[in-house]
Design a protein around this ligand. Structure first.
Ligand SMILES: *Cc1c(COP(=O)(O)O)cnc(C)c1O
Length: 372
């Protein structure tokens, strides 16, 4: 795996100042959390942060006890939402080692998000080092039960105290970590999705392709509507015509056709999922081609009716692959809520998780060891 951004000589590593958490969880307390971690509720003992300023660049790299961040009330992130984030996982392999999946892609996407949000670009070397630094102090928080992981959440925000509207000249980058249990308990059950036709998630030229809190802010109200209709997630259509499939609030969508090929909705306002990119590679390895283009919502409905579309699934780091059983909306229903998960959906999911957990050869060089 290439961890440099350019062909230039690699950047010298940062010199992190480490302050140990004197109130760290006891091994017994930690094991109790790891036995039943849920998702995003419990956090490890430490966090990483690096400061950035327009004059000084990246500086003051630290590992500190996990805890509240002190911010000026005028910090521009609180007013104008200049913020981006990433999400990836650390996996415990059977030999005890700790690995992560394609962190170079998360680093590159964080930089792409930074460009769109007028934030500074964190070099890949620093991004990967920040993960290693956190694992060096909190590695014991990576659980070992099947399908569990330590979810890593790097994020960056504008902390300059300034109410004028412009890109901030002072920025903070952090990494926090949260143990994550198996996403599906008692078998993988297809989910029901709400077709959102009143609200959009992102528009042409907007923030859709950036991993930023604003897109999630736009999704919270539709998400409540989806929940009120008994749905786990909502599907967005393009903002201009309300015709083409975009994605779910936090997951991309993929279809499987009768001939075994994948059909993948394309749009400039879809967040480019690293799981989706990996799914396409795994599918190709298994002999399945993919067509990536605009897909109208009617094509899904007609494809299911005619038997042309035989499986649908959502993909993202948190759940890896989630089969979609049914789509319901104001106007129509697609699919059957009781249908089992599709066979290719499950096969791709198995291959991907086997690579992530070291149960299958990593032929693409996707895994990176963090604890050596
Ligand atoms: C993070 C995210 C995804 C999934 O991306 P992965 O890299 O696969 O985790 C999909 N959609 C949105 C809106 C996201 O924020």
């Amino acid at each position: 795996m290439t961890l440099t951004d350019t062909n230039d000589t690699a950047l010298a590593p940062l010199d992190f100042a480490v302050t140990k958490n004197l109130a760290a969880a006891s091994p017994a307390a930690r094991e109790e959390i790891l036995a039943n971690p849920g998702f995003g509720q419990k956090f490890t003992d430490h966090m990483v942060d690096i400061c950035w300023s327009a004059g000084g660049g990246w500086h003051r790299p630290r590992v500190q006890p996990y805890g509240p961040i002190s911010l000026d009330p005028a910090a521009s992130v609180l007013h104008y939402g200049q913020e981006i984030f990433e999400g990836l996982k650390a996996y415990r392999w059977a030999d005890g080692s700790i690995r992560t999946f394609r962190p170079d892609r998360n680093a590159a996407r964080l930089r792409a998000s930074a460009r769109r949000l007028a934030l500074p670009e964190l070099p890949t070397e620093y991004f990967v080092q920040s993960l290693r630094e956190l694992i060096a102090v909190d590695g014991d928080w990576v659980p070992s039960a099947p399908e569990t992981s330590l979810y890593l959440r790097p994020f960056m925000f504008a902390k300059e105290a300034f109410l004028g509207v412009r890109a901030a000249k002072k920025v903070a980058y952090y990494v926090i970590a949260s143990p994550a249990g198996a996403y599906f308990h008692g078998g993988i059950a297809p989910v029901k999705i709400w077709l959102e036709t009143e609200f959009s998630r992102a528009g042409n030229g907007g923030l859709g392709a950036a991993k930023t809190g604003g897109n999630y802010a736009a999704s919270l109200l539709p998400h409540e509507k989806a929940a009120a209709h008994g749905c786990a997630q909502e599907l967005y259509l393009d903002a201009a015509e309300g015709r083409y499939i975009e994605e779910l609030g936090g997951m991309n969508v993929v279809f499987v056709r009768r001939d075994g090929s994948l059909l993948v909705p394309d749009s400039d306002s879809i967040l480019p999922s690293i799981t989706r990119d990996s799914v396409l590679t795994v599918a190709r390895d298994l002999g399945h081609e993919a067509e990536i283009r605009q897909v109208a919502i009617d094509e899904w409905r007609e494809g299911v009716d005619s038997g042309e579309i035989v499986e649908a699934f959502a993909c993202g780091t948190a759940a890896v692959i989630t089969p979609i059983g049914q789509l319901i909306g104001e106007e129509y229903t697609i699919g059957d809520p009781d249908a089992p998960a599709g066979a290719l959906t499950m096969e791709i999911r198995q291959v991907l998780t086997d690579i992530q957990y070291g149960r299958r050869e990593d032929t693409h060089g996707w895994m990176l060891r963090l604890d050596d």
